[in-house]
Ligand binder design. Structure first.
Ligand SMILES: Cc1ncc(COP(=O)(O)O)c(C=O)c1O
Length: 359
């Protein structure tokens, strides 16, 4: 068995997981009501549980991580302000300019080594309170950092960012789509990693395995306003308890299991490091994401991905030289072994190819 279900070994993202048997059961049995009237007991239970896990006063169930981030961005800022964020962050690159369209904001992207924004760099970028200057409205950081390869924001840096922004009276938001991965990798509780930030979003539908949903957590007045903005964005759901039930199972059953994904990502990365024509920075493989480079001449990342797909393995080419592979609940040990073997063969054939043709 390479997978928990039929089909290719899908390493494109940890979003591809299907609901576990206990999630299916929980969906069937969920008590529901109309959540726009705040009458869905299962949604409310998930929100209370999630707020406690994040160490925040209140939480809101939202359909997607993007919506959670954009609600936070909207609530914390005023039009015309700018957001300090990392150059490769999800909010900047993959949320289709919603900060500009919906909230009238400008991005202030900074480059962080391994995706990590430092308090020092943020401090330099915060605008002084001069009335004719564009004003900083929010600082947003990502943990783990997706495009930097699942890298962890060191807890000490998070604390330094929190101390800095509190001193400057600036709100902070944590895009913690994969915060539980960071927490498990560090052996900390997620509330520790969320504490320096005013609000936090995390996804139930990634490594935690739920089919749909994310959580936005923060102070009670912030969540009260977030409820209005969620509705404005069309995110007011009705009998959403059938989805929230999966979120509860995700938090109760799937957190510690993330360590297996991390171990598999490491095995995959170590195998990749040993394949001539591929390169990976093992120090950056800290959680469930492996971003590696195709270095050998004569083959590009999209070509490797195409041939890998022919062997039954799916991954994403990020550009001409980089590939991203993400481990998750649905892919088990033998699937990872097969992914490694087939990748080795693809690169071997490639280097054998021109010599064979030269005869
Ligand atoms: C770091 C990060 N933030 C936010 C999101 C958005 O989540 P969703 O796809 O649920 O909108 C993602 C999704 O890939 C992500 O990787």
């Amino acid at each position: 068995m390479t997978n928990r279900h039929d089909g290719p070994i899908d390493l494109r993202s940890d979003t591809v997981t299907r609901p576990t048997p206990s999630m299916r059961r929980a969906m069937a049995e969920a008590e529901v009501g109309d959540d726009v009237f705040r009458e869905d007991p299962t949604v409310r239970r998930l929100e209370e549980m999630a707020a406690a896990r994040m160490g925040k006063e209140a939480a809101l169930f939202v359909p997607t991580g993007t919506m959670g981030n954009q609600i936070a961005v909207n609530v914390w800022t005023r039009p015309g302000q700018e957001i300090i964020l990392e150059e490769r962050s999800h909010i900047f690159n993959y949320e289709m300019g919603t900060m500009a369209v919906f909230s009238g904001l400008l991005p202030r992207p900074l480059r962080g080594e391994d995706g990590v924004l430092t308090a020092e760099a943020i401090g330099r970028a915060i605008r002084p309170p001069v009335y004719y200057l564009t004003q900083t409205g929010l600082v947003a950081v990502e943990n783990t950092h997706n495009m930097a390869g699942g890298t962890i924001l060191p807890a000490s840096e998070a604390e330094a960012i929190g101390a800095l922004t509190r001193g400057r009276h600036l709100p902070t938001h944590l895009d913690g789509a994969r915060l539980f991965n960071a927490a498990v990798a560090l052996g900390r509780v997620p509330a520790d990693l969320a504490r320096p930030f005013d609000s936090v979003m995390f996804c139930l539908s990634k490594g935690l395995g739920a089919p749909v949903g994310s959580i936005l957590a923060g102070p009670a007045p912030f969540i009260e306003e977030a409820l209005r903005v969620r509705k404005r964005l069309g995110g007011g759901m009705r009998q959403a308890g059938v989805l929230a039930a999966c979120g509860i199972v995700a938090l109760e059953e799937n957190v510690q299991r993330l360590a297996e994904d991390h171990a598999r990502a490491r095995r995959l990365a170590e195998a990749i490091a040993a394949i001539p024509g591929l390169a990976v920075d093992l120090a950056r493989v800290q959680t469930n994401i492996v971003v590696f480079r195709v270095t050998g001449p004569g083959i590009t990342a999209p070509e490797v991905v195409r041939r890998w797909k022919e062997e039954g393995v799916l991954a994403l080419a990020l550009d001409d030289t980089q590939i991203r592979a993400v481990t998750h609940y649905d892919v088990v040990g033998p699937g990872i072994r097969r992914a490694c073997e087939t990748l080795g063969r693809i690169l071997e054939k490639k280097s054998a190819g021109p010599q064979a043709g030269a005869d």
